[in-house]
Design a protein around this ligand. Structure first.
Ligand SMILES: Cc1ncc(COP(=O)(O)O)c(C=O)c1O
Length: 379
């Protein structure tokens, strides 16, 4: 009997989000307006920071954060090759150069012990990615940044709910960047945000997200007409109220959703711990894992992937090391062997279905399929 596919991801938007979106569609403001302002306030409260600025994507959040901190042509930004291309592309959009540093073989996160050797007189910022939902060693990275007078910008696309040693995901960095892309723990289809501790930086980000205009549409609407000015060259990267209206009512459910993903992760980890040939990343002590992705590390990954797909299991690869993608190889001359740990993870990594709406029987089907594939490929 053919069983239905276990989808790689299904969103968990509820009636409340649909009604909030409808209310926006019936209101005056479709672009950045009151729904963005409400989401910014709620996110600032959740992250315990003074200011959050919503933007169109996390890619834009990263680019604008770097621009607002003065990163540009001639500068270098230290980051990881074990990430989605958005992280390094955002550095390129500013005119700066991404400088990759290899990752820790247990967590897949940027290895702070390797960062200092990559710093030059051109380095302006360190850009860690909190892979799969585990915070990097922010205290160590902050100390390095302080020693060398660098900015710390966090790519928190996976890590909204993460904590480590008493710190939240927005802590210690000048700017922490979030994604509300379709498969993220908090989603509005496409969206992003920057969390900052300095209100002046928030103001600069609000100008940069709207072409460099001195007043946004909502400001221009209220009160008598005032001319706006263009004070610098920004981007068009604001979030619409249509998207933002989906965010607010999901925030109170973040903890319950995380608890459900944690339970699924523990079930997966128990099942795979005893399975020869199947490994998975592990979080260091003191971490609250945000549990964004559940990945296994397996030999002969592409055959493994095909075996799972053949059994009706949705899969993804997060990520093949980005320095070996054609564009990065051609532009920077990267070769296999440049970042061996990231490359080894990139060859073995495979992400499994993992979201709060995944039913127990689906979790068991995934485990059965992984177990079968492991035995088949070991034979
Ligand atoms: C680690 C990481 N950084 C950045 C991004 C970019 O996010 P967005 O699609 O919101 O631009 C993603 C998206 O998947 C990501 O996984």
């Amino acid at each position: 009997m053919n069983q239905p596919k276990v989808e790689f991801y299904r969103h968990g938007l509820e009636q409340e989000e649909m009604e909030a979106c409808l209310a926006t569609l019936r209101s005056l403001f479709l672009t950045t307006g009151p729904a963005c302002a409400r989401a910014e306030k709620a996110l600032a409260q959740y992250l315990a920071v003074p200011e959050v600025v919503t933007v169109a994507t996390c890619t834009a959040a990263l680019e604008l954060a770097l621009l607002a901190l003065g990163v540009g042509p001639g500068h270098e930004v230290i980051t990881t090759p074990m990430t989605f291309i958005a992280t390094a592309n955002a550095v390129l959009y500013t005119g700066a150069t991404p400088v990759f540093v290899d990752v820790d073989p247990v967590s897949g996160n940027l290895d702070p012990a390797l960062v200092e050797a990559a710093i030059t007189e051109r380095t302006k910022a360190i850009l860690p990615v909190h892979l799969y939902g585990v915070l990097c060693d922010l205290k160590a990275l902050r100390a390095i940044a302080d020693r060398h007078g660098l900015w710390l910008v966090s790519d928190c696309a996976h890590a909204l709910e993460a904590r480590r040693d008493g710190l939240g995901s927005a802590d210690l960095a000048q700017a922490a960047c979030y994604s509300f892309y379709a498969t993220k723990n908090l989603t509005c289809g496409e969206g992003g945000a920057v969390a900052v501790h300095d209100p002046a930086l928030a103001e600069r980000l609000r100008v940069l997200r709207m072409h460099g205009m001195s007043r946004g549409a909502a400001d221009r609407y209220h009160g008598p007409y005032h001319h706006w000015d263009m004070v610098e060259l920004g981007r068009k990267a604001n979030l619409s109220d249509i998207n933002a209206s989906l965010l607010l009512s999901q925030i109170p459910r973040l903890e319950a959703n995380l608890a459900r993903r944690e339970a699924i992760a523990q079930r997966y980890e128990r099942a795979f711990a005893a399975l020869p040939g199947v490994d998975f990343p592990r979080a260091p002590q003191g971490c609250r894992h945000a549990r964004h992705l559940f990945t296994i590390w397996v030999p002969r990954r592409d055959e493994f992937l095909a075996a799972l797909q053949g059994r009706g299991i949705g899969v993804a690869v997060n990520y093949r090391a980005i320095h070996l993608l054609s564009y990065y190889r051609q532009r920077f001359g990267f070769q296999p062997g440049d970042f061996p740990v990231a490359e080894s993870i990139g060859q073995r990594t495979l992400s499994l279905p993992f979201y709060p709406g995944l039913r127990d029987e689906e979790v068991e089907r995934v485990i059965a399929a992984v177990t079968e594939a492991a035995r088949l490929l070991a034979a």
